[in-house]
Design a protein around this ligand. Structure first.
Ligand code: PMT
Length: 409
């Protein structure tokens, strides 16, 4: 078992599945982990503080204003103490509170004040889960970076059948095992990555250029997701309006040529993810002065191809990253065209990006992608916020890095 010596904070929510938190506590303790628990007011309707304390061998926290330990400021110390926070069961009501950023009791305040990952384990009636309000909350919470496991399909306590059943303590335990395994591996290997993002500008004269609609959002979110996993990340970005991300080394460039130079300087790295929309062509020559409009037609601007950065990485004999991940922005034949690009550029993975509609892809907060592996296997990610898409991409990339394609089987 790789899950041991961890500090785990379990927030017990108010649902019939609350009793299963006791099984998880027992499982974690049996494997030499430290567990502390917060019991919410409604959770107390289902389990008692005494049963939790008996298993955790620690005080069960309940009140935000606790006369006995207020001096320690529980909502800060608990979240700093934990390696991860788990909310089980996560009710529909609890999801609403988190989506709104509420801090109305100890549980919600700890989460809002937390600098750790929070794993939500939903459990509710199938209609409640599928209700538009809950699904909107789900998207918001995914965008905030909360992790989810479940809910599973099955028979519920109310007798109805469907999606809403809480994942079992064993499933949560193995989720935690994978979570910590990946983090430890990243830490031990001191993984380094580069991410390219945004557009490039290819100047015709001092004030005019060829470019595209890329906002840089998708690449920046990928850099954030990698960095959250402990990967030392360098972001190489074209011109964007995004504020620099704290803790991520960022190199700003303007042209494709400059982007390539920064990529070269950042090598060697373990992983390269190229989300930038690099101009395929640049003007053969740039006018040193602003072009005058004293002619009716400007008959042609001669262009030449820019060097392909992903291809440079994919076919690099000396410094090829172990994993080279390209993007393919396509409006038709998504998978086929992406697969061809992956082969041509010798990538290990390609993110086939459906940019056929304006509400996703370029300069949108949303994206919809298929992650294609060099063995032809495909994972489809439905339309979602770019932060969520980034998190999924990083999950697959790290899985492939460490266990090669387990995720694709
Ligand atoms: O920036 P956003 O507004 O968030 O939008 C995100 C995005 C749509 C730009 C992004 O998700 C995306 O799809 N990026 C790739 C866009 C693109 O230029 O695709 P392509 O099919 O033309 O290029 C294929 C791959 O080759 C890409 O990884 C690209 O970075 C790379 N390339 C292309 C040309 C070149 N000279 N060098 C390269 O490295």
């Amino acid at each position: 078992m790789s899950l041991k010596n961890k500090k785990i904070l379990i927030i017990v929510g108010g649902g019939i599945a609350a009793y299963k938190s006791l099984d998880l506590i027992r499982l974690l303790k049996k494997n030499n982990n430290e567990v502390k628990s917060i019991l919410t007011k409604s959770g107390r309707e289902f389990v008692t503080p005494l049963s939790i304390t008996t298993l955790t061998k620690s005080k069960t926290f309940e009140d935000i204003f606790d006369k006995n330990s207020e001096a320690e400021i529980d909502h800060i110390s608990l979240s700093r103490w934990a390696d991860i926070i788990i909310v089980m069961p996560t009710t529909a009501n609890f999801m609403t509170k988190l989506s709104a950023g509420k801090a109305e009791d100890l549980a919600t305040t700890v989460i809002l004040a937390s600098n750790k990952d929070v794993l939500l384990v939903p459990a509710m009636n199938v209609r409640m889960w599928l209700h538009k309000a809950t699904q909107i909350n789900l998207k918001t919470l995914q965008d905030f970076g909360y992790l989810f496991i479940g809910p599973e399909k099955g028979e519920m306590a109310c007798g109805e059948y469907g999606e809403g059943k809480m994942s079992s303590p064993k499933q949560i335990f193995s989720f935690l095992e994978n979570y910590f395994k990946k983090r430890n591996s990243v830490k031990e290997r001191k993984l380094k990555a580069i991410v390219t993002a945004g557009p490039t500008r290819e100047f015709i004269d001092p004030v005019r250029y060829i470019s595209n609609e890329s906002s840089g959002k998708q690449g920046y979110e990928i850099a954030v997701a990698l960095s959250k996993m402990g990967v030392k990340t360098t972001l190489i970005s074209g011109p964007t309006n995004i504020i620099f991300q704290k803790g991520i080394r960022t190199k700003k460039i303007t042209t494709a040529e400059e982007m390539l130079e920064e990529v070269k300087k950042s090598l060697p790295v373990d992983i390269a993810i190229c989300a930038a929309a690099v101009s395929d062509f640049k003007p053969i020559s740039k006018s040193t002065s602003k072009l005058k409009k004293n002619q009716d037609n400007l008959n042609s601007i001669k262009l030449k191809k820019n060097k392909d950065i992903v291809e440079y990485l994919g076919k690099n004999n000396k410094f090829r990253p172990k994993l080279v991940v390209g993007f393919a922005a396509e409006t038709e034949n998504l998978n086929k065209n992406a697969f061809t690009k992956m082969k041509e550029k010798n990538c290990d993975l390609i993110i086939a990006n459906d940019v056929s509609e304006a509400d996703k892809g370029f300069n949108s907060d949303f994206n919809k992608v298929n992650i294609i592996s060099n063995n032809g296997k495909i994972i489809q990610i439905k339309k979602n916020k770019k932060s969520y898409i980034a998190h999924k991409i990083v999950e697959v990339v790290l899985n492939k890095f460490f266990v090669d394609d387990r995720n694709f089987n």
